[in-house]
Design a protein around this ligand. Structure first.
Ligand code: AMP
Length: 280
């Protein structure tokens, strides 16, 4: 695997790969890689002759300095995992390679980045869109792979590609879960043994809501009851549980097959998110 910390030599290699008719699949990550990330790498390998992964803990998408400081960083282990997986290129720039000191660019996605994650993490999606725009400009991939785990992020990137006319095909990859159903996340490594057990409440709530809603239970009272139950659990702070339209992420008044349940909250100090498509 070729590893780059700088943009110019990476662009030179990508240019020569492209002139030799290679297709390029791109998997942007923040590292501390797990099987969820590897599923994205595998999806890229199936469709492209070369796969590039980036690892960059992007400061502009963190609205909480402590979360940024405590975000797990395991570069050596990540390099081993990616090499074993047969990833062709890793781009892992330092912050100063990606940002000038005077950068103030901001993005606004209308209602899409104001609900759920956007409302609890102001500025988060502006930072995501900024770094992904930079990465798309640097890598210029044929296809880019994002996880359904961050469904709202996926919708923001979809809009970004459409608005800025990036010549890239966006792919969504299903959520990889632990054997008990917990969505894999780099942040799971910060959970204590007890917190790890309690963290399952988010996935359980999604499953319970889905069963009840599909069997005709009232939307509002179902979500309210589940929210109350989650909030009673020790060490859990629920931020939201919503049923939204997959097209635009607006909250739904009625159950529809195009709906997605989304949940977020804290287990201790660790913030986790998860979601479940109603049609799945
Ligand atoms: P992150 O490193 O958390 O920024 O995630 C990088 C990419 O991996 C994003 O597109 C995520 O949606 C995706 N991802 C994270 N966790 C999972 C998972 N459990 N299953 C599938 N994709 C995931």
């Amino acid at each position: 695997m070729d590893i780059f910390k700088e943009i110019l030599p990476l662009k030179a290699l990508l240019g020569s790969l492209r002139s030799n008719s290679n297709s390029i699949g791109f998997v942007p990550t923040m590292g501390a890689l797990h099987k969820g990330h590897l599923a994205l790498i595998e999806a890229s390998q199936r469709e492209n002759s070369k796969t590039i992964c980036s690892i960059f803990v992007n400061p502009t998408q963190f609205n909480n300095a402590e979360d940024l400081a405590k975000y797990p960083r395991t570069l050596e282990k990540d390099v081993n995992l990616l090499s074993k997986e047969g990833c062709d290129i890793l781009f892992c720039p330092p912050p100063e390679e990606m940002y000038s000191k005077t950068s103030h660019l901001k993005f606004d996605f209308g209602s899409l980045d104001k609900v759920m994650e956007g409302s609890f993490r102001p500025g988060h999606f502006s930072g995501v869109a900024l770094v992904v725009s930079k990465l798309f400009n640097i890598v210029n991939p044929d296809r880019a792979y994002f996880g359904q785990k961050d469904f709202q992020q996926y919708k923001v990137i979809e809009k970004l590609i459409e608005e800025l006319k990036f010549n890239v095909t966006l792919r969504s990859v299903p959520i990889e879960r632990e054997s008990d159903g917990l969505a894999m996340s780099s942040r799971n490594s910060r959970l204590t043994v007890d917190q790890r057990k309690n963290a399952i409440v988010f996935y359980e709530s999604l499953v319970q809501a889905k069963i009840l809603l599909k069997s005709g239970s009232n939307l509002k009272s179902t979500l309210e009851t589940i929210k109350e139950n989650v909030s009673k659990k020790d060490g859990i702070k629920l931020e939201y549980l919503e049923l939204a339209d997959t097209a635009n992420l607006m909250p739904l008044e009625n159950v529809s097959p195009k709906a997605i349940l989304l949940i977020a909250g804290y287990v201790g100090e660790v913030r986790l998110i998860d979601n479940l498509l109603l049609a799945e």
